[in-house]
Write a protein that binds this ligand. Structure first.
Ligand code: KIV
Length: 273
């Protein structure tokens, strides 16, 4: 049974997220990649469902998000949209589909919107992708920014450690956040940066910030669904709070099923025709 009751049953829009920030109401965002989980997450009252390219890790078993293709993201987003009625659905633009030039970026974003029916796209980066962000926004497609530890740049960073601890990188992040806001992004994800910096960025921007490993000063929080449900047993960074131990629940259930099949306990008389 859900422990949360939705206070405002209206469909969540980008405009509603702005109102939430203005009222000081926190925004809850979680990833999903398929119809069934999206339905449960939406019914529980989630504000934003992110079809993250973390699908590359948790669905496809890759070590980075880089292999994800536009077709794969569209497949996941389409399934999530079918299971969602209230939450805003945002789809990640995968690596290599927007960094080249603004026209390529626009056609990638248009494919996501047309084919998946997601309601917004998310893009990693600041000044280096701003022309692509502007081009996509000019076509009426809402864009969520993503700064800090941007996993598509893992080969440049060489580590998943906290970003922007140094003054110069922190100043660059603040400038990028302002640039994305001025361009018209409706929200910005801040990943794995010091809490003090995230609090400052959140206070200086009028659009909401959504943090992951960025502390309590953000306007909202996002986690990867498999991590917070405890499906990903080996992953336990400091910022992660586990709300369930589904790995154990699933292993126990599957183990019991195997035992019952082997012992001919399943199916019984009531479970056959
Ligand atoms: O792909 C993803 O799941 C993300 C979140 C971690 C913000 O980008």
């Amino acid at each position: 049974m859900s422990t949360y009751t939705v206070e405002d049953p209206r469909k969540v829009t980008t405009r509603r997220l702005a109102e939430m920030k203005a009222k000081g109401e926190k925004i809850a965002m979680l990833t999903a990649y398929d119809y069934s989980m999206a339905r449960l997450i939406d019914e529980a009252g989630m504000d934003v469902i992110l079809v993250g390219d973390s699908a590359s890790n948790v669905m496809a078993g890759n070590t980075t998000t880089l292999p994800m293709t536009l077709d794969q993201m569209i497949y996941h987003a389409k399934s999530v949209v079918k299971g969602t009625s209230r939450a805003l659905v945002v789809c990640d633009m995968p690596f290599g589909t927007y960094q080249g030039n603004p026209i390529e970026a626009l056609s990638s974003a248009i494919r996501i919107m047309k084919e998946s029916h997601a309601e917004a796209v998310k893009m990693e980066g600041g000044a280096e992708i701003i022309e692509s962000v502007r081009r996509i926004l000019s076509a009426g497609i809402p864009v969520m920014g993503h700064l800090g530890l941007t996993p598509q740049s893992i080969n440049k960073f060489g580590t998943y450690a906290v970003r922007a601890r140094e003054e110069a990188e922190a100043e660059r992040l603040i400038a990028d956040a302002k640039l994305l806001e001025e361009a018209g992004c409706f929200a910005i994800v801040l990943e794995k940066i010091p809490a003090g910096l995230a609090t400052r960025v959140s206070a200086e921007l009028s659009v909401p910030t959504i943090g992951i490993g960025a502390g309590a000063g953000c306007d909202g929080q996002v986690l990867v669904m498999h991590d917070m449900l405890g499906i990903n047993k080996g992953f336990s960074p400091r910022f992660l709070r586990r709300y369930a131990d589904l790995a154990t629940v699933i292993e126990d259930a599957v183990g019991n099923y195997i035992k019952d099949v082997k012992s001919s306990d399943f199916p019984n008389e009531q479970e056959q025709y």
